[in-house]
Design a protein around this ligand. Structure first.
Ligand SMILES: Nc1nc2c(ncn2[C@@H]2O[C@H](COP(=O)(O)OP(=O)(O)OP(=O)(O)O)[C@@H](O)[C@H]2O)c(=O)[nH]1
Ligand SMILES: [K+]
Ligand SMILES: [Mg+2]
Length: 438
């Protein structure tokens, strides 16, 4: 991948649309723009209506053209945008025209954002936020990604990094100069600072809400056989994802559906009914059901109101998570009055209340994720875990040289998150998940 090439790509979605945006970036953008319009570029950052033409002069379309001379552009390079009509033949002809210009080639996935990072337009956490913004399926994901794009994580991580760099500088000064020249308090202050940042990082690491918002929270539906668990997942999904039958023990495998629940992304799982299994396959299903209940963030305990004494063998750790108990089959006669949410999946009565209760449970799990900057990705978690380990070692290191070395490792680990170090190595990993045109 050469950095001095001029690149182009369709920046809008593939397929028929009212408008398609083709983005061009790099040193030959001005030439490319003139070639496909037959005119000089318009005034910077002003839309101008132009013919868009093939290299032989044949008019392809008429559309808006924008010219962003470096450095005031998305990538920091010369950039142009062609807004043409979003027809397949038009897009193909425009892309073909651009590919015919020497030094101009189709962009690799994520290459525009990659150049923006290399040109200091934003850091890696912000580049990741662009990918998250494009992928956001729920309002919570969108607003979390937008906060990250605004630099909340950059500020937090860069802050820690610069404080630790300061502590490191003091420790190094104390090593270089003999004790008479540098007061004892300087080292003590450096140690205090590192310790307090270790505390902040540990707290940040213990909060998984950001990752839950981004990746989705796990909801498990568990209960006795025939309680209506598969009927419930079908009702929540609005389609037949699981087999429903009057035969107890129908569901064996875990069946998952991704849903937007009250604005949050969740993965709902239907599971096998909990009972002493009739055969090996059902026993495996029950084992999987219990394992899922154990790892889920929210558990829906679906029970049969016509058979309320059907006792469940539930995992022990359920009291540590949010459990929503729902009594199903309210359309039939129940042997005794029951406390809790009542539902009839046959008539649909009570379903809305169940959805509300579930949304509330999910929101409660993620509450206040809005305010504090939260950890959003495994990549950040890994680097911060390394930083925390290094700081812990530093705290125990009696010798100043060892102490400084661990601080240096912590600084580097945090720097990798925003891209202050080892940038080139990291870029491949991060931008390979991007699509072309971003
Ligand atoms: N009367 C009545 N029947 C229901 C209701 N909900 C589900 N059923 C019936 O109960 C039976 C079992 O429903 P399923 O959804 O398969 O139950 P399940 O909990 O997934 O069962 P297993 O997978 O075998 O554990 C089916 O015959 C459903 O039609 C309800 O609200 N009222
Ligand atoms: K069943
Ligand atoms: Mg089932």
């Amino acid at each position: 991948m050469r950095r001095d090439d001029t690149i182009y790509a369709l920046a809008s979605g593939a397929g028929r649309a009212g408008v398609a945006v083709v983005r061009i970036s790099g040193p030959d953008t001005r030439i490319a723009l003139s070639s496909v319009t037959g005119q000089r570029p318009p005034a910077p950052r002003r839309a101008a209506l132009r013919n868009i033409q093939a290299l032989d002069g044949m008019v392809i379309d008429r559309g808006l053209v924008l010219w962003f001379p470096a450095p005031f552009s998305f990538t920091g390079e010369d950039v142009a945008e062609l807004h043409c009509h979003g027809g397949r033949a038009i897009i193909e002809a425009v892309l073909a025209a651009l590919s015919g210009i020497p030094g101009v080639r189709l962009a690799e996935p994520g290459e525009f954002s990659r150049r923006a990072v290399l040109n200091g337009k934003f850091d890696l956490t912000q580049a990741e936020a662009i990918a998250d913004l494009v992928d956001a399926e729920t309002p919570a994901q969108r607003s979390q990604a937008l906060r990250q794009y605004d630099g909340t994580l950059s500020t937090l991580y860069d802050g820690w990094r610069s404080e630790l760099s300061k502590a490191l500088a003091w420790a190094e000064a104390a090593i270089d100069f003999s004790d008479e020249e540098l007061p004892e308090e300087v080292v003590a202050e450096a140690r205090r600072m590192a310790e307090s940042i270790l505390g902040e990082i540990t707290e940040h690491l213990s909060d998984a809400r950001g990752e839950l918002v981004r990746d989705g929270l796990f909801v498990a539906i568990v209960g006795p056989p025939n309680a209506g668990k598969s009927s419930l997942i079908n009702a929540l999904a609005g389609r037949d994802v699981a087999i429903v039958s009057e035969k107890a023990g129908t569901t064996r495998d875990i069946i998952e559906v991704r849903l937007n629940l009250g604005g949050y992304a969740v993965v709902v799982a239907d599971t096998a009914g909990l009972r002493a299994a009739a055969d090996d396959i059902e026993a495996e299903g029950v084992r999987r059901a219990l394992a899922r209940a154990e790892t889920a963030d929210v558990v829906v305990l679906l029970r049969d109101g016509t058979d309320p004494d059907n006792v469940l063998d539930l995992p022990d750790n359920l009291d540590s998570k949010t459990v929503v108990t729902v009594w199903n089959k309210a359309d039939r006669e129940w042997p005794k009055p029951l406390e809790g949410l009542k539902l009839s999946l046959k008539s649909g009565a009570g379903l809305e209340d169940v959805v509300t209760a579930l949304s509330e449970a999910v929101r409660a799990r993620l509450e206040s994720a809005e305010e504090a900057p939260v950890l959003t990705r495994a990549r950040h978690r890994e680097a911060l875990t390394q930083a925390a380990a290094a700081l812990e070692r530093a705290g125990l290191a009696p010798e100043l040289e060892l102490y400084a070395e661990d601080l240096r490792l912590a600084v580097r680990a945090i720097g990798r998150i925003t891209g202050r170090v080892d940038v080139e190595d990291l870029l491949d990993v991060i931008f390979r998940d991007f699509c072309i045109g971003k």
